[in-house]
Design a protein. Sequence first.
Length: 226
Amino acid sequence: MRILVVEDEASLREGIRDLLHGDGHTVTAVGDGVAGVEAGLGEVFELVVLDLMLPRLDGMEVCRRLRAARPGMPILMLTARGSEDDKVRGLIEGADDYVTKPFSARELLARVRALGRRAVSAESLDEVQIDGALIDLARMVVMRDGDHVALTPREVGILRWLYQHKDRVVSRAELLEQVFGQRGDLQTRAVDMAIAVLRKKVEVDPAKPRLIVSVKGAGYAWKLAR
Ligand code: CA
């Protein structure tokens, strides 16, 4: 797996990096929250190991921002012992799993491997072929007739969220909250605008969408209406 490690304690960061590297993973390690968000949005990772207490941007905010852009990317939170009050527990719940410091190498590897297995099944949408186009979500690009069009992290997030809930209609408010990380009725127009831009990239005829379908009065759906 490609794994992002965000941990400000240098010795622990190096230790985790060496451990995961030794387990066969490709590891990118950074030392603060801002760098964590930049790395996590700039590349595709199959897992993020994220410390809760970080300089510049705390782990929860990093988690929220990464979740918004990449809803399916597993996040393993590292927490300090004694920090499990109600507030922290609520925050940890935004992550897929957590490990309390100090942890053993064996414990961390076990959690990483478990999340990796889950990621493989949840993130089965790596590419979509439709109407002569290949939408490569891992590489964040749409290829059609030799042309390459780049997708933004948010656009990949929209596609993944719709796909993961393809058995139902997804409302604008849900996309706004889950993918954009925002709330508010007035902002739902931002979702429509983002969908319009995304359709121009992925649909042969954006006026007659076949991949991202509009459901009147309800929202959007993944190919539901076909
Ligand atoms: Ca820390």
